[in-house]
Write a protein that binds this ligand. Sequence first.
Ligand code: NOJ
Length: 729
Amino acid sequence: MGKDRHFLDQLLSRMTLEEKVGQLSLYSADVKLAGAETVNPALTFKAPESRFDDIRAGRVTGVFNGYGEDYVRSLQKIAVEQSRLGIPLIFGADVIHGFRTAFPVPLAEAASFEPELAERVAETAAAEAAAEGLHWTFAPGADLCRDARWGRVVESYGEDVLVASRFAAARVRGFQGGDLSDPRRLMATVKHFAAYGAAEAGLDYNTAEISRTTLIDHYLPPYRAAVDAGAGAVMTAFNDVDGVPASANRELLTGLLRDRWGFEGFVVSDYNSDFETVAHGLADSPREAARLCFLAGLDMCMQSGLYADHLPGLVASGEVEEGAVDRAVLRVLRAKQALGLFENPYRGLGRAFDPAPARALAREAARRCQVLLKNADGVLPLKAGMRVALIGPFAREHQHLNGAWAIFAANGLSVNLEEGFLAALGPDALVVEPGCGIAEPIAGGLDDAAAAARSADVVLLALGEGQHMSGESRSRSDIGLPPAQLDLARAVKQAGKPVVTLLRTGRPLAIPELAELSDALLVTWFLGAETGAAVADVVLGRAAPSGRLPMSFPRRVGQAPIYYARKPTGRPPQHPPGPFTARYIDVEPTPLYPFGYGLGYGRVEYGPTQVSVAELGWSETLSVSCELVETAGAAIEEVVQLYIRDVAASRIRPVRELKDFRKVAIAGGARVVVAFELQTADLRFAGEDGALIVEPGAFDVWVAPHAQAGVPARFVLLDRHGAEPPGVG
Ligand code: NOJ
């Protein structure tokens, strides 16, 4: 079969309306996944065999979350050999942080501040998944999120627009490469469009109550970056935006995505999100839901069967033009064509995939994501020859290593902490005690833990969240440590040995007491297949920690949402806090650990921020630089961050905005100058009518180790004087 456009037009001309609608109808594979938890409600699950007739009749465009030689080949064979037109199925899946090899969760990956690492990870995950017959991944998530109560922060890139944008784009490149027909690649899906991460009160599926300009300035750019990187599909969000559910939101799906951004791929609903516009109270019937979603620009239904049930009737009544259906179908067929499915519907199957390099990459990535928040008296890295007590509910377990969305990877195959430290230290230097469960005490557990602590030179305290505590529909109203774990930490502290806390989590936690009693605090997230090995690497100094926080850690849950790029108030908080200012009467307004924060085993002093000119011409480039000195005599990888503040603008601007970042290796005792470039286009923001504008005037600029550090330099952007406005849109 040919590869050209003509071929698709001809194919389309032979399709019945039912077959066309079939190309817009995606269903779950109805198979049990390897992961412990189900990932979607069992809505319209059918026995796999009963899908056979649907596939034979051309009523199915593809299936998701099924994989493997037997499954894919048998279904694909029915589609290509027994359906009237032989159109191949597309096989999709939630390959979010790895396929069989589990990689660190996205929030952890963001902590690396290395988009190029995320790109390599995505490429590897794609190759592993494609070798089992998959063509399409439901990733990257590009949902900016600032409320740690929301369970899906674990699969996000955190609170910052630039970090999220760079990572989302990098993962699209990693999944897709330059040629989608390469059988080692997957087509990417940007999700959940739009503003899913702005769920009010951190409650999953809740309304996204945000202003239009905050949407434009903060929430939309990560999706846009992924679209610009060439993502083949976009998935709509469950929430409404300004009163219209995203799956039926014409302004978003057509006005913005297609008309302004020029997106040419197809738009798929989230799981039943089209049908849920009835529950939202937008549509008064499923038929109306189908009409509204289709006319808004939603091409494909995931699982609901909404178009299958109602689109033919809507075309017959003239409420939907068949030409519009044709355009949607063509978008889907073009994706199948780009994937090379018409030439080789079995692409990827039978292809060998060597898991060893993937495991090595998983270990490298897991090392580079960990964030050291505290290291009193240089307790880390541990000195050679120390006797170690590894204590806590995550010391020996095998069910909470991978995190929420490695649904095809078995937790049992991942290296746990005990295994990692045993391999590194040998049995004589290690004693292991659980002390308590994740949420409940164990009889005698505190005594055993305290005894283990007394017998050792140092305690590694493995605490935090279980895998089931973050992820979809895992919002929490209390983001502290479960009381049983805090009791364990207190009991262990009594033993008087240095305490190194290894914090497993899928979100920022409010842990002031734990931070206080820990001598060292290392955020280890969910790191996947090589968890134990990679944590041992960092704790023992075989690798230095180089991650930084992609989300602020609050002191109390009541501060949520807390994020660094907040708008200034007219009564800023003061130190010490005074009355009639933006303060709480019971907690400091600042986070416990700010965005961008993290330590290494070396120490870096920042010199003053320097700007190349005090007055910047409209079309000129500003160089912003800073001299860094390593003062502890140990090599470090420092994440150097460039922030700005627009001092006065027609619409008030955040107290700081990250504009660039770079991970820089500095040798012990060395001095380096780090320079960034700023252009007028970097100073854009949404004006009154939503169009992006730049205003002349004063800007503060910092080169700093995190969002609360440093003393700014100032420059003034001069008037445009007739020059072209920057490329805005
Ligand atoms: C619902 C989730 O919101 C989405 O991210 C996922 O891709 C689908 N389920 C399919 O499993």
